[in-house]
Design a protein around this ligand. Structure first.
Ligand code: C5P
Length: 225
């Protein structure tokens, strides 16, 4: 198994992991794993194939065969399913809720484990998810748990949607965030929680520049870069 450096960044949805991990990967010249996108694509592919999101056996088969790839572009990483760009389709609130449903199934998580570990390559990997530091890369050299209050995360999501010209209902988004948190934190397998050796960083009152600076301090205190 590769021992390349892994910086694991876990935390609830909307805490700012996506932006932080993109910046870290670009600063360090490391590869990037958006593990949430894998769960999102699986749920999306399952819906397209008419599968129920609790049909564990069929979902595992889909997980084994789905043709998923990530394509870096100037505007960010595009997610391809069977060569088709599904980046926007998997970013809806519904896709997030569906992803968290398939993600509670133990054999589905197992079926996706190796796919995620394969991203561990030299010169290093920044891994974004819920169980990067606890399950997928328990020996990661750096573990950060990025948290933020649910209200703050909902407000950020509202702003994001509005700036994309979309309608956004704060109360609805907040209740979806809480529902997803509840499922992610309380599931039996790989629940969302900081690894014992993770540094917890609360971004509720920090801007992205400050979060990035603090994350770099944590990284420099753990590895030589
Ligand atoms: O991070 P993102 O919001 O894209 O993740 C979507 C869902 O996928 C999460 O709510 C969670 O249920 C699931 N997930 C997971 N383990 C990961 C990444 C995501 O269970 N490592």
């Amino acid at each position: 198994m590769s021992k390349a450096t892994v910086i694991a960044v876990d935390g609830p949805g909307g805490a700012g992991k996506g932006e932080l991990t993109r910046r870290l990967a670009s600063e360090l010249g490391f590869k990037l794993l958006d593990s949430g996108a894998i769960y999102r694509v699986l749920a999306y592919a399952a819906r397209k194939a008419g599968l129920a999101l609790f049909d564990e056996d069929s979902l595992c088969q889909e997980a084994a065969v789905m043709d998923l790839s990530f394509e870096p572009t100037e505007k960010g990483v595009h997610v391809l399913l069977g060569g088709q760009d599904v980046s926007s389709a998997i970013r809806t609130e519904e896709a997030g809720v569906n992803a968290s449903k398939v993600a509670q199934l133990p054999s589905v998580r197992k079926a996706l484990l190796q796919r995620q570990r394969d991203f561990r390559q030299e010169p290093g990997l920044v891994a974004d998810g819920r169980d990067m530091g606890t399950v997928v890369f328990p020996d990661a050299q750096v573990k950060i748990f990025l948290d933020a209050a649910a209200e703050v995360r909902a407000q950020r999501r509202v702003k994001q949607l509005q700036s994309a010209g979309k309608e956004a209902d704060f109360e609805l988004i907040l209740s979806e965030i809480k529902e997803r948190d509840e499922r992610d934190r309380n599931r039996l397998i790989a629940p969302l929680k900081p690894a014992d050796d993770a540094v917890v960083l609360d971004s509720s009152e920090l801007g992205i520049d400050e979060v990035f600076a603090r994350a770099m301090e944590i990284i420099k205190s753990r590895i030589s870069i």
